[in-house]
Ligand binder design. Sequence first.
Ligand code: PMP
Length: 292
Amino acid sequence: PANENIQVYIDGRLLPRSEARVSVFDSSVQGGDAVWEGLRVYDGRVFSLDAHLDRLFDSAHALWFQNVPSRETVVDAIRQTLEANNMHNDVHIRLTLTRGEKITSGMDPRLNQRGCTLIVLAEHKPPVYPASITLSTSSVRRNSAMSIDSKVHHNNLINNILAKIEANHAGADAGLMLDKDGFVAEANGVNVFLIRRGKVRTPWADYCLPGITRATVLQLCHDHGIPCEEARLSTTEFYVADEVFTTGTMGELTRVSAIDGREIVNKHGESVLERIQSLFRKLTATGGTRLV
Ligand code: PMP
C-alpha cells in the first residue's frame, strides 16, 4: 500500500513508519493530552495553512502547553515531511502536538519538563467523494463549554468515536451529535449545514469545532451574496431542509441524503449546495501555501 514506507517526523527526526514511536511516558499516552490538526495538500499547496496553525497554537495555549515549538519549526517540520516522502498531491497531514514526555507517570502538567512532542504524519489519501452520505442521531452529546470546550481541537475523541460506533450500528455513515438541550451541534468528525428556501444555516459554534471548512463556506456565502447565518437548529429543521451537507478538510462539502431515515428532499428546485461546492473547488484549485 502507498503508505507502507512513509517517513514520520517526530521532534526533529524523520523515522520510518515502523520506528516512529512516542514514549510511553508521553502525555498523549498518559492522558490523551494533545492537540491536533488535519491538513490537506492540493497539488503541492497546503490549504488554509495559517488557519490550521492558528487553531493549533490557540488550542495549545488554552491547555497551558509549555515550550511550544515556534510557528517556523512547525512549518519546517511539515516541509521536511513532505520533502522526505516526495508527496505533492492527495496528501493528508495529521499534525499532533502533545504536552510532551513526563518525568514520571501522572496527571500533573508540571511533570512535563521536556517540552512538547511534535508529530507530522503525511499520508497519501486520494479523496473519496461519495455522491452523498447518511447521518443518524447519536445518544452521545457533544461536549459543552462546561467541560472541554469544543473550540479546543484536542485529542479526547472518545465521545466522537462512540457516536461513530452508534452510527455504524444504525447503518449510517456518520453520527449527528446534539448539544445538551437537544439542538444539533455537528457530526462526529465534520460540521453540518442546511439549506432551506435558498438560505444557508449552520449551528452556532457553541458546541461544535469551529471548522476551517465551515468558516470558508460562511465566507464564500458572504462574498457571493448567498444568504447565510449561524443559528440554533433542531433535528426537525434538518429533516425538512431542501439540502443538508457536511464540511471538513478531507471530505470538503458532502451532501447528506438522509438523517435518521428521513430523506432530504429539495422542494425548491435549483441546488445552492452545487453552487457553493463549485466556488469551494475554485479556491482549492488555486489557493494554499506551497512549501516544497
Ligand atoms: N468537527 C470535528 C469534531 C472535527 O474533528 C473536524 C476535523 N478535524 C471538523 C469538525 C472539521 O473541521 P475542519 O473543516 O477544520 O477540517
